[in-house]
Design a protein around this ligand. Structure first.
Ligand code: 1GP
Length: 243
């Protein structure tokens, strides 16, 4: 069970790192080039997804699933990215937004396909936080992010998500964020949560990665930094393992 493993590592205080591959930016050839690096220094999981509608999500996820030893989880921007070629799915509800499409509608559209696939479903409360520029998530979902100084709003949103039965909370500053989720917000949410806390968006230096871990992130997600420099995976995984 993927979630049980995540939970047990979280309870032991073992930090985890996820490599995010966006099929809109990384095609099959790009994934093939990454496989060796990923297998040399495996992260805890690989997430596949992005904000646009990619027609190659299934191919990218399938290729990864056949070639890497860690779980491959879908991280879909919409129900159109749902494919059976993965080990599991972060079943995301965009809790920071007030757009019913991303709170429940895509879920209804994809539920039976996901059920039939037998993949593991990890219900995840997704909270978009202002990362200093308009993110693809904000634009595509037509929702407003939580202002970066409004820790109380993120805490209340995260707690509501846990009360609704969500198994993880994900604080997202948006891919390529100029400012990652602030430490104060991460620690405020972490103090009030008992499910694993995922943090991502703009974690493109060792300092930013460390500050997210120090503040209380259980799982850090990195996309862009590896797309630009795959060799960084080794360094980032080492930071997380030695934390
Ligand atoms: C995952 O969207 C992020 O939460 C990924 O962000 O591409 O900036 O690492 P980066």
């Amino acid at each position: 069970m993927i979630y049980e493993n995540i939970l047990s590592k979280t309870k032991k205080g073992k930090k985890q790192i996820a490599l995010l591959i966006d099929p809109d930016k990384t095609d099959i050839q790009g994934v093939e080039r990454l496989l060796e690096t990923v297998n040399e220094t495996p992260p805890d999981m690989v997430l596949v997804g992005g904000s646009l509608i990619s027609d190659n999500t299934g191919d990218v996820a399938g290729l990864l699933r056949e070639n890497v030893s860690v779980p491959v989880l879908l991280f879909p921007g919409s129900s159109m990215q749902v494919t059976p070629d993965a080990d599991g799915i972060l079943f995301l509800s965009l809790l920071s937004g007030r757009n019913p499409e991303f709170l429940v509608s895509h879920h209804v559209s994809s539920a039976l396909v996901i059920k039939a696939s037998g993949m593991e479903v990890i219900s995840t409360g997704y909270i978009l936080v202002d990362g200093g520029k308009v993110s693809s998530v904000e634009y595509m979902s037509n929702t407003r992010p939580v202002p970066s100084d409004k820790t109380d709003i993120s805490v209340a949103t995260a707690v509501a998500g846990e009360m609704m039965g969500m198994k993880m909370i994900y604080l997202e500053a948006g891919s390529g964020a100029l400012m990652p989720v602030p430490e104060e917000m991460i620690s405020g949410v972490k103090r009030n949560l008992s499910v694993p806390l995922v943090v991502g968006g703009g974690l493109n230096t060792e300092e930013k990665l460390l500050s997210a871990l120090n503040a209380g992130a259980d799982i850090v997600v990195v996309g862009n930094a590896f797309e630009n420099k795959p060799e960084l995976l080794k360094e980032y995984v080492a930071i997380v393992r030695n934390f």
